[in-house]
Design a protein around this ligand. Structure first.
Ligand code: ZN
Length: 66
């Protein structure tokens, strides 16, 4: 299926599909847990540029509230 290829990300090194894993990210002293595709073999975590920008925007917004 074409749609599955869009969401299934393969590790270039290991040639295996990444599996969702809970990852703790930190940004400017704030940490938050999110679920990201992670390679079960080498531990590579896939961060899309879109996701990174979204998380950064969230953190910045929460900082401005205080
Ligand atoms: Zn890998």
């Amino acid at each position: 299926m074409q749609n599955e290829q869009d969401t299934a990300i393969m590790c270039d090194k290991c040639k295996v599909y990444l599996k969702p894993a809970k990852i703790t990210l930190s940004y400017l002293g704030n940490s938050f847990i999110t679920e990201l595709p992670k390679c079960p073999l080498c531990g590579l975590v896939y961060l899309s540029e879109e996701l990174v920008k979204g998380k950064v925007a969230q953190v910045e917004m929460s900082l401005e509230d205080k």
